[in-house]
Design a protein around this ligand. Structure first.
Ligand SMILES: NC(=O)c1ccc[n+]([C@@H]2O[C@H](COP(=O)([O-])OP(=O)(O)OC[C@H]3O[C@@H](n4cnc5c(N)ncnc54)[C@H](OP(=O)(O)O)[C@@H]3O)[C@@H](O)[C@H]2O)c1
Length: 253
């Protein structure tokens, strides 16, 4: 039985780092790298011959492609990293309904469905890593859909992780603050946007894999996210949201 690792959003800033780190590991026979962008996929495949590109738009029929691949290959899934995600920064009432739908789908339905497709092929010692966000620690106006979707993923990860303990399968939920990737807009109104406590994708991926191998249910990289987690727990939500809105308003039209 082939031992495989599956990574969604493999062509993105954080996904690429996960792929590189997993390539340092001798265990997987294949690394299924899921992404949409063919050019970026081609560049990714050059990193290691074990990388199998899976071109799939997860917002359309991508999960079905993975379901079929699993059923045809019947692999031993050692790791599933639900990393693909999307965000919208701005007023909820200015969002197109299709954007609302697509955030629900990519950030919530897709990781849930992929866990349920992969679990029959997972055995003792297998790992699931779900990429949530520090945005899951409190409601974030102007990132409302995003922060709500990341709460969903965090609660799902923790609850399913508790259920899977008896099968000795670990679920780790990763909650980073700002990460230096293409997801973040760099300028607004001609001015550079400063992201406090921004950390590298490499450090997030390294810590997530370390926490997963230690069987941890949460991975919170960097001082900013750790501070935000505690601050949001002890401060009334209305106050946290008010402060957040004051910061965000500078960057929202
Ligand atoms: N950047 C941050 O500040 C930050 C902070 C906390 C958490 N996160 C989370 O980290 C994860 C990775 O984000 P990132 O920062 O690495 O962003 P990124 O560089 O924009 O990468 C996003 C990845 O998701 C893929 N993707 C988007 N829509 C897709 C779709 N419909 N079907 C298949 N793949 C799709 C993209 O593929 P294509 O290349 O084909 O577009 C890309 O590989 C996300 O879940 C994000 O929410 C990010």
């Amino acid at each position: 039985m082939k031992k495989i690792a599956i990574i969604t959003g493999a062509t993105g800033g954080l996904g690429r780092e996960f792929v590189k780190r997993i390539c340092e590991d001798k265990e997987p026979d294949e690394i299924w790298a899921v992404g949409r962008n063919r050019e970026k996929m081609t560049a990714l495949v050059n990193i290691d011959e074990r990388i199998v590109p899976v071109e799939a738009d997860l917002a359309v029929n991508g999960t079905e492609i993975l379901r079929q691949l699993l059923s045809e290959n019947e692999p031993d899934v050692r790791m599933l990293i639900n990393n693909a995600g999307t965000a919208y920064m701005g007023h909820f009432d200015k969002m197109d309904p299709s954007q609302v739908e697509s955030i629900c789908r990519l950030n919530c339905s897709v990781p849930s469905v992929l866990m349920s497709y992969a679990l029959p092929y997972m055995h003792e010692g297998a790992k699931i890593i779900n990429i949530s966000s520090a945005s899951s620690f409190q409601p974030n106006p102007y990132l409302a859909m995003y922060s709500a979707s990341k709460v969903y993923l965090r609660n799902l990860s923790r609850a399913v992780g508790a259920e899977l303990k008896s099968r000795k399968i670990t679920v780790t939920c990763v909650c980073p603050g700002w990460i230096d990737t293409e997801m973040l807009p760099r300028e607004y109104d001609g001015k550079r946007i400063h992201y406090p406590g921004m950390i590298s994708a490499e450090s997030v991926a390294r810590k997530a894999l370390r926490d997963s191998s230690r069987g941890r249910s949460m991975s919170v990289p960097g001082f900013f996210a750790k501070y935000f987690r505690i601050y949001s727990k002890i401060t009334p939500t209305d106050i946290v949201m008010k402060q957040w809105m004051m910061i965000m308003k500078k960057h929202i039209s």
